[in-house]
Design a protein around this ligand. Structure first.
Ligand code: ADP
Ligand code: MG
Ligand code: MG
Length: 301
């Protein structure tokens, strides 16, 4: 939702269209803020991605020897600590060590696959429940099946950093929307921002409209962006670490929280856990919305 005075820019970052909207600045200041935010978000993609040829410490870690300490940059180390905490809080549903499974299922590469991998290949790469250790400022893999993958949290982190740069540029009313994952600040003139949550099956349809202002993130995980149908079954890019297969509890899960990093990780966890996961997110005081496999909507109180 936007008004005539809003400044809009769209960039392609992190494999998705990122839309920047600024409501409280002249064109020149807004352009500067957007350029800075976009550069920062691109830097974060390069820092965390396990795809492509750009070298980074995450890829190095994934190639490191077993039980060999590796010093990660502070930023990577900090986000990994957050991720491992959420892994524990989500009873293993969110797991930053499922990179091997992710690469095997192949959804995040440049080509969308069309056939599920063999069960034997899944069994071979499925990581044990703990396989990353922090020791004296360094990290190590304790198992070859353990490959880091920040795909379910780095986009949220990038959005948070983009908003931080907006604030540093004196922007106080804006939205960053990275393929439906959103953080907003301030308001839209004298009104709240209006945010629509996409229907997981009917393209162009909205299942819920939220009116929000202040400092809020709205992040959704769904089975409708990267998927294929094989023999009547839908295969998509969110893996249940317990089975090694795409999760089967939800069509979509949305978290509303005050930052996009946590909202991103928890939307993935909630997607995997389904409505049961709402008890966990309620305890953490997040608002949430799930659509189960039958299309039934549940909203937290
Ligand atoms: P989106 O890609 O639409 O933002 P998510 O935030 O749910 O959706 O992230 C999905 C990505 O996270 C996958 O492409 C993969 O890289 C990674 N991933 C898949 N399953 C899990 C999981 N159980 N825990 C952590 N990361 C996961
Ligand atoms: Mg996520
Ligand atoms: Mg996401």
């Amino acid at each position: 939702c936007s008004g005539p005075e809003d400044i809009h820019e769209t960039r392609f970052i992190m494999g998705t269209l990122v839309e920047f909207t600024i409501a409280d600045a002249d064109k020149e200041r807004a352009e500067k803020a957007i350029t800075a935010a976009a550069l920062e978000m691109q830097r974060i993609e390069d820092t965390f991605t396990i795809y492509g040829t750009h070298p980074n410490s995450v890829k190095d870690f994934n190639n490191s020897g077993i039980n060999t300490p590796v010093i990660l940059p502070k930023e990577v180390s900090d986000l990994l600590r957050v991720a491992l905490k959420i892994k524990q809080q989500s009873q293993g549903a969110f797991d930053p060590a499922i990179g091997g499974l992710n690469l095997l299922w192949g959804f995040s590469g440049s080509d969308t696959p069309s056939l599920p991998p063999a069960q034997s290949a899944i069994d071979q790469i499925k990581p044990p429940s703990t396989c990353i250790k922090e020791t004296e400022g360094a990290w190590m893999r304790t198992d070859t099946r353990c490959l880091l993958d920040f795909g379910a949290i780095a986009k949220g982190y990038a959005i948070d950093r983009g908003i931080e740069l907006f604030k540093q540029h004196g922007i106080n009313s804006a939205i960053i929307n990275a393929g439906g994952d959103i953080r907003l600040i301030g308001s839209h003139g004298d009104r709240p921002w209006r945010i629509g949550i996409r229907h997981p099956r009917n393209k162009g349809e909205v299942i819920e409209t939220l009116e929000l202002e202040g400092d809020v993130a709205v992040v959704t995980s769904g089975d409708y962006e990267r998927f294929y149908i094989h023999e009547g079954n839908r295969y998509h890019h969110i893996i249940n670490p317990a089975t090694g297969h795409p999760a089967t509890n939800s069509q979509s899960a949305t978290i509303i929280a005050d930052n996009a990093t946590l909202a991103d990780a928890w939307s993935t966890a909630l997607f995997i856990l389904g409505e049961d996961g709402m008890k966990l997110t309620n305890n953490l005081k997040y608002k949430s919305l799930t659509i189960d496999l039958k299309g039934r909507k549940a909203i937290s109180d």
